[in-house]
Design a protein around this ligand. Sequence first.
Ligand code: KMH
Ligand code: ZN
Length: 308
Amino acid sequence: MREILITCALTGSIHTPSMSPHLPVTADEIACAGMEAAEAGAAILHLHARDPETGRPSADPAHFRAFLPRLKEGCDAVLNLSTGGSAVMSLDDRLAAAKEAAPEMASLNMGTMNFALYPMAARITEWRHDWEKPFLEGSDDLVFKNTPRDIARILTELGQQRGARFEFECYDLSHLTMLRHFADRALVKPPYFIQFVFGVLGGMGPDPENLTHMLRIADKLFGTDYMFSVLAAGRHQMPMAAQAAAMGGHVRVGLEDSLTISRGTLARSNAEQVAKVRTIVEALGREVAGPDRARAMLGLKGAEATAI
Ligand code: KMH
Ligand code: ZN
């Protein structure tokens, strides 16, 4: 495949404000970051919200409402709402904003797992907010719950009832088996957009061999019915994006996944990472596709059919 889709995940729920002054937190910051990332070449924006006062990951639909219409007006990118939210949130909370917005696309995490952020706490010397330290340190005993019942509920309430399609977040081989299970139950329809996630402590590590093996198994399970994208956490972000692009996949960057632009240097913006990955993938002969091509490739319902 020549065309390539760049997803940008603007803020997420992993990093905390003390780690980077460039992490978007307010609605204004998230909206501006999204428009700049789209301008730089991102066809898809993967979205979480934060409490504007504290920077804490938020599931409050009002916090999403504060930036979603601005993004819809200000750029043409596909707005993809996280249903992962944060591992500390209930599924009801994780679903609330997406049910209200009825987006074209939503993330869907394909298995229950550990999601350990605590090693990051050791590197911070000055904390900006009281919640950050216990939030990170408590992740040594945290289960990111995505049971088959949870997955079925998201597929039903967002997919079947609201016409969303999915970024299937697969952190391990077992998550591909789970996706196959839902394909067999006819709860998901091809083409499947599989996001391979590397480098989360609890999922597979950022080894090139892991991507090769995931692809071997995905080929076996889904044949030509899938396309893949890669995100890798931290410093592995760009090298693994390059590997994905060289192997015909799509890429995801953004401050949700990595705060740096190169080893030891903070990225000043999401757009800076999009611009960098764009240079890499174009050098490999790939052509960056825009939002309209993304909609056609992924079979999306269109921005006008959302409630944003
Ligand atoms: N933070 C990423 C590792 C979600 O939002 O659904 C995975 C993610 C989860 O993007
Ligand atoms: Zn996310």
